[in-house]
Ligand binder design. Sequence first.
Ligand code: KIV
Length: 272
Amino acid sequence: MSAYIPENKKKVTALRLREMKATGEKIAMLTAYDYTTAGIIDAAGIDVILVGDSASNVMLGHQTTLPITLDEMTVFAGAVARAAGRALVVCDMPFGTYQVSREEAIRNAVKIIQKTGVDAVKLEGGQNIAETVRGIVDCGIPVMGHLGLTPQSINAFGTYAVRAREQAEAERLVADAHALEAAGCFAIVLEKIPAVLTARVVKELSIPVIGIGGGEADGQVLVIDDMLGKNPDFKPKFVRRYADLHSVMTDAVGAYVTDVKNTAFPSADERY
Ligand code: KIV
């Protein structure tokens, strides 16, 4: 057992994340989608738990994040919020729940907060959603932004390759980051962009910047299934594997099946 023991044991807030940026303390963030996992990572010292719409892939088996619905996300988010003690919990607003109109976005953000008990919501986009972000923030709901490789736009991008390598897209991303800060976001995620561009945004913004595949930032986020090595076929360059749960689970289940077949389980001590 080697949990990280945070010096500050109080519930993490949006304000606290800003203080962490100011003092140079890095922010550790992971996704989670269920009660048990959220409880483990909360107790292990994680600062922020993201109920990502990556649940569409890792929990529901879809190819993209596009099909997951608001009702499905609220089931995962409620379970995570009930388990989290210290960590700030952020829920992704799924595709289609905030793009149609500002009013609908506000209504759906309120629904997520009321139904699940999470602390904040996350939206993908920049200047195009700034007014929507402002509307949600004005309701008292903290909003996290997300720029770079935004998976809800996969059909527009056509590829999961690194974004903003070209100067024009890089400049647009910097302008988007400023627009999100001005609209009231308490933090932004930058996904799969060149490390030099992340460094520039970190320097120019006063809100925390959380990287995933973007090099050093004010904090880092990974999808928990990736860092625990649950899927041996998915190993992008930016993922560091901290465990090989695929092997651990395969070995455990294999041993169990063998024991059942051989009547080695249950033993005399494991029965009433
Ligand atoms: O849905 C998700 O898991 C995310 C992270 C990759 C940042 O948005």
